[in-house]
Each structure stands twice: as C-alpha cells, then as structure tokens.
Design a protein around this ligand. Sequence first.
Ligand SMILES: Nc1nc2c(c(=O)[nH]1)N[C@H]1C(S)=C(S)[C@@H](COP(=O)(O)OP(=O)(O)OC[C@H]3O[C@@H](n4cnc5c(=O)[nH]c(N)nc54)[C@H](O)[C@@H]3O)O[C@H]1N2
Ligand SMILES: Nc1nc2c(c(=O)[nH]1)N[C@H]1C(S)=C(S)[C@@H](COP(=O)(O)OP(=O)(O)OC[C@H]3O[C@@H](n4cnc5c(=O)[nH]c(N)nc54)[C@H](O)[C@@H]3O)O[C@H]1N2
Ligand code: SF4
Ligand SMILES: [Mo]
Length: 710
Amino acid sequence: MSIVYRTCPLCEAVCGLKITLDDAGHVTDVRGDREDPFSRGFICPKGASLGRLDEDPDRLRAPLVRDGDQWREVSWPAAFAAVERGLAAVPGPARAIYLGNPSAHTMAGALYGSAVARSLGTRAVFSASTADQMPKHVSCGLMFGNPLAIPVPDLDRTAYLLMLGANPLESNGSLCTAPDFPGRLKAIRKRGGRLVVVDPRRTRTADLADEHVFVRPGTDAYLLAGIAHTLFAEGLVTVDTPVSGLAEVEAALRDFPAELAARACGVPAAVIVRLARELAAAPSAAVYARLGTCTAEFGTITQWLVDVLNVLTGNLDRPGGAMFARPATERGARRKPYRTGRWHSRVRGLPEANGELPVATLADEIETPGEGQVRALITIAGNPVLSAPNGARLDRAFRGLEFMVSVDPYLNETTRHAHVILPPPRILNSGHFDFALLGFAVRNYVRYSPPALPLDGAPPETEILARLAMIASGQGADADPALLDELILTGLLGDSPERRAALDGSSGAELRLDAMLRLGPYGEWSGGGDLSLRKLREHPHGIDLGPLEPRLPGNLATASGLIELAPEGIMADLVRLRARLSAEIPEFLLIGRRHLRSNNSWLHNVGPLVGGSNQCTLQINPVDVARLGLGREAVVRSAKGELTVPLEPTDTIMPGVVSLPHGWGHEGSAQAVAAKNAGVSVNVLTDEDVIDPLSGNAVFNGVPVSLAIR
Ligand SMILES: Nc1nc2c(c(=O)[nH]1)N[C@H]1C(S)=C(S)[C@@H](COP(=O)(O)OP(=O)(O)OC[C@H]3O[C@@H](n4cnc5c(=O)[nH]c(N)nc54)[C@H](O)[C@@H]3O)O[C@H]1N2
Ligand SMILES: Nc1nc2c(c(=O)[nH]1)N[C@H]1C(S)=C(S)[C@@H](COP(=O)(O)OP(=O)(O)OC[C@H]3O[C@@H](n4cnc5c(=O)[nH]c(N)nc54)[C@H](O)[C@@H]3O)O[C@H]1N2
Ligand code: SF4
Ligand SMILES: [Mo]
C-alpha cells in the first residue's frame, strides 16, 4: 500500500487529493488533501471517483488503427509510422488541428500543444477556446494588452460579488481557480458581504446568494451597460487606475439608460439602478461573469463591460475587487498592441483570435473544396462532435477526411472517425502541473504532482505530442523528442551551459518546468525567491504564495501603458448592441447547464457519476408546459436540427427559456456505461453560423427554438 498526493486534473479548482494505492497500483481510496494550503481537504464527487475513471475498463491501453470500420491494436512504433504516412500525404495548409479542453489541464497540452500546431504548417488551428472563453481573452487583450491578463474576483476578501452566467456550485468555477468555491461564497455572506447571482435559472449557486436576478439569455450586455450608464448618470464613477478612453465609454453608453436596458434584458430598471448603487457603495466589489455570458452573441462586449464596471467602481486591481494572479511560471508580456484578425478563415473570412480560427467554421473548412481545403486533422483531448456548435455537421464532415489522428484515452463520437488513435497513459502515470489555471487563481499558489506510477512501456502524453510535432515538421517518426525540448530550453535559458546543467528533472517536461519555475517571478534565477522543481518536490502538498497583490501598471502590455477602456473594435461592435435594443424576442430561448458529477462529454462512462440529477433532460417552466399541453417529452427544433428529449418541468427556470446540458448523445458508443445512458446532443440544435463576431466564439446560450410537447 502507498499514499500519493496530487492535484486533481478534472476541473479548474485544482484540489489536492490524497490517493491510496494497493501494491498492484490500484486506487483504493481518494480523499481531499487536508494539508494542501489552497484546497484544505475539499473534494467533489468527480475527484472522489478519480480511481474509477483512471481504471475504466473502456480506456484504451494501446494505439488503435482503423481499416474501414475495423479497429486493430498496434505497437507504438507502428502507430507513429502510420501517422507519418498519413500526414505526409497532405500538405501543411490542408492540415488542421483541434485542441480540446483537457489539453488546458495536462502538461502535455501546455508544453507541446502549440508545438504540434506550429509544426503542421497551417493556419487551420482550432480549439475548445472558441466554444468557451475566447471573448474574455479578446476583451482582456484589447484592454490590458495581454489576452492572458484576466482579472479574477478576489473571492476571499470581497464585500460584494456580482456573478453572471456562472454556476460554481456545479462547475466548481472557471477562469477563477478556487478550490471549495462553495465554501468561499458562503464565507462572503458570513463576513457580512453580499452575493448577487444573475442567471436565467435559479441555480444551486443562486440559492446560496442574497439575491437572484433572472436575465433573458444572451442579454447580459444590456444589463451591464445599464449599470454603467447609471454610474455615469449618478456621478458614481471613481476610477483610480491609469486608463484611457473614459469619456468615449461614457458617450458610447449614453444609449443604454436603465429603462431601455431593462426592456432588452428583462431585469427591471429599478433593479439595474440599485445594482449600480450597491456596486458603487460597497467597501469592495467584484463583477465576475463566466460561461453563460461568453457563449453568447455579445460575448466580447459583455466581458469588456465586466471589467469596465470593475474599473468604474475603483475595484480593478485592489484587494476585494478584481485582481490579477501572479503565477509561478509567468513570463513577462512584452508591450505591443493586441490585435485579432491578423489573418482570416478561408471560407467565411472570420478573423483569427489568439492565433486560432473559430471552431464554428471547422466544418466549412473541411467541406468546402478549393486550395487550402482541410483534408487531414489532428484532435488532441477533444470531442467536437459533441462539443462544437452543430456538431452533427462535423460528424458528417469528419467522414470525408483523408487522414485523422486523435490523441485520446477513449474511442468516442469524435475519435471513431480517426485512422489512428494514440491513447495517453493513466492519469496516475502522468506528471501534473497547472500551467494555465494557476494564472487565474484567487490566491497565488503552486504545486507539482510527479507521476505516481511508473510507465509500463507506453510513452507519456508529453512524448506522444512531442513526436507528433516532430513528425508534422518532417523530422520523422524516429526523431528523438529530447531534441525538441533542448531547442525550447535553449530559447528559455539562452546559451547558458551552467544553467542547463543545473536543471533538475527526469523528463523533458520536468526540465522545462524547472527552467520556467527558476526564471519565474518566485524563482531563484529571477531574484524573486527560491522556487525550483526541487523545492516543489519537497512540498508535495503545494506552496501558498500569498494573497493576490495589486499589479498595475506593471501588468499592462498595451502600447499606451494604460488600460484601454474604449478599444476601437468594441466601440464599433456597440452598433450591433444598439441595433438589437428593440429586437423581437423568440418564443423560446435555449440555454445549457452543467451537473456536478459531469464533465463535458467524457465522464459519462463512470457508473457512480451518472443518473440521479445528472441526466439529459429539457428543463422548462411549468407555465410553459401548461400553455403547450402536458406530455413527457418535447420535440425541440432550431434552425439547424431537431431533437426529442424528456421534459423536466421546474420553476427554477424562467418562462420562455429551456435548458439542455451538453456532452450527451452517446448512442452506440464503445463506452458501455455511456451507451446505456446515451442522452441526446444539444449541439445538434446549436447554430455554427451564429457567432460573437469579435472573438469568433460559438453561441450556446440564447439559441431560438420552437417546441412541441407530446
Ligand atoms: N451546447 C454547449 N456546448 C458546449 C458547452 C456548453 O456549455 N454548451 N461548453 C463548451 C465548453 S466550455 C468546452 S470547454 C467544450 C469542451 O469541448 P471538448 O474539449 O471538445 O470536449 P470534451 O468533452 O471536454 O472532450 C474531452 C476529450 O478529451 C479526452 N481526454 C480526457 N483526458 C485526457 C487526457 O489526459 N489527454 C487526452 N489527450 N485526452 C483526454 C476525453 O476522452 C474527451 O474525448 O465544450 C463546449 N461545448
Ligand atoms: N461538474 C462539471 N464541472 C465543470 C464542467 C462540467 O461539464 N461539469 N465543465 C468545465 C468547463 S469546460 C467549464 S468552461 C466550466 C464552466 O463553468 P461555469 O462558468 O460556472 O458554467 P456553467 O456551470 O455552465 O454555468 C453557466 C450558467 O450560465 C447560465 N446562463 C445561460 N445563459 C445565460 C445568459 O445568457 N446569461 C446569464 N447571466 N447566465 C446564463 C446557465 O443557466 C448556467 O447556470 O465548468 C467546468 N467544470
Ligand atoms: S472540484 Fe474539480 S479539482 Fe476539485 S475534486 Fe472536484 S473535479 Fe477535482
Ligand atoms: Mo470549458
């Protein structure tokens, strides 16, 4: 028997886990790690099921190659050779890559994902980011000059939290890394603070709040514009950060007085005005908006307004407000203007953002003939058939690919189209470090989890991706992945044999992590401290690096060195917001939801996590059921598709709104448990032609649908 301590890789809360293993390496117990200074023993049902997930009998243990509809297990060298042959037949610009959500959690994704993308020689780079948070990157890029400089609510000190479109009691938080998010929210109220939740559903998070406000899906921008308008109109603006464009913002928002905003968003004008006054009066306050407001037609404008409000109320970059973390592997951003649209997609002419094209146009790029038509695809840790808007179309499009390779532990709705599947080893065979998520943490914190179990011949995912990068760049399946790491290390360290020799680590990934830690803001080579991989190994429960501290103006990378409150692109897009002020409201608007025991599309094969509240049902207000006639299921139609789904009447959802979770639709799946609770995929209904134009982000909330009950 042995006990290992490691970070849970399943969501953004980065909880520390205490895992008991028997002598054969089977997990016999998983609990929260009480000695972790950040999560202090918190765990959720997913973390507690990590052993079941890690040892799922349906997880792939060897690479698969497909001939027609026959799958065959092959050796690793044979699999990489097949990838080399497949990619060689398709020139760079006709190749595409899609990086899914777990690649933001794995070391492999963080350290090698972009190397694979770059080595393909294509601009057809896609990821789950354009089905998720791209609007936040774009708004922060435009305002702060760095798309990764995302302020997070200072949860542990704030006196007032206005939260929109997030449900951390189920999701455990996003772009706000906070283990035990529920406990931290309760603490706000316990210390006399106030929590207001804005959501078209009265969620479990809303139940915990002082106030819940229903908002019509897709219209948060009006609510926030109305609040900002009120701040200006009532002389409540107190800016104490270095900004440009304040007068332009005031002028641009003149068209959104509370009464007009109220009509568009369904929140009474008196509530809008009161929220503005409360925000201004609170000793400290933070506005925080997440997924429900990003995956919407005004996604970027909404994210911009969130930080405009944080600035206007004097709460940006101050304790208790919205602050920037200082992660241990941070590298200073250079000052240069942030731009999107440096190139455009071939078929729809959509602008690039952060070097990516919108996943909403992936099917166009595969289906539309012509030079640059996508004929080969790499997917890494993604299931876009279930997660992308109109995934049903992608399901068809993937069939036409000449070559597809997927790095994924499962044969699923997406990877079944691949010609080669390369499975990463078990979670416990892998090292873990949260390169991305620690940059959005509500306390500065760091922790490294080395592999807990030795590899039995299979390569770690870091090596799988390094090899893919080398194959894609023409170096061949037998090239030594260590060469890639050395190249990157030289880039990091410069020509310093002493520093290279000092690095500690038993893999290229560990060497690179050590270099980044030592060069980082707390590192022994930056003069900021004594952080190194060795030190992290000596602290298996993680290290608290203190509360968030003010970081402005140092953290700004805009050309002006100021917060750019009125970026041109946003000012121009406000025309669209104005034009919709009096738009007609469809009979039903479809939104999503998440369940505590789910994780997008890929935890439905773990028995204890499915069933109960975790089911694929259509939530609808009883008033609407009474109006449409009683029945047990509904036929839901959108511009793109039709689904039949069981009804779940509940008064927790606004009349005129229906909600269906995503990630379901496992009929015929090779995953036995998931196939039994198949559900349907909401992304049969979502529309890839409707996007947030500034970020290219998909729209999952506020999709017009019609219903027939039977
Ligand atoms: N309608 C609707 N659609 C949505 C959303 C919504 O709210 N509503 N949410 C969107 C959001 S926020 C996101 S992030 C996307 C997610 O979109 P995706 O990332 O495309 O989908 P996931 O379901 O997260 O699929 C993750 C895949 O990674 C695999 N995997 C798990 N662990 C590992 C690993 O360690 N390594 C590798 N290589 N693979 C691994 C899983 O088997 C699975 O195939 O979905 C989006 N789609
Ligand atoms: N258990 C579990 N945890 C997860 C995931 C999971 O699938 N399951 N997925 C992970 C991922 S990839 C992500 S990105 C995060 C997301 O984490 P969160 O950002 O917390 O997202 P959700 O839990 O989907 O909550 C979004 C809320 O927005 C509401 N909403 C919908 N439309 C609107 C709107 O127009 N306006 C407003 N104000 N609200 C709206 C929905 O009703 C819902 O309550 O969760 C992560 N954690
Ligand atoms: S909240 Fe997230 S990180 Fe914590 S145990 Fe649950 S799934 Fe893991
Ligand atoms: Mo996400």
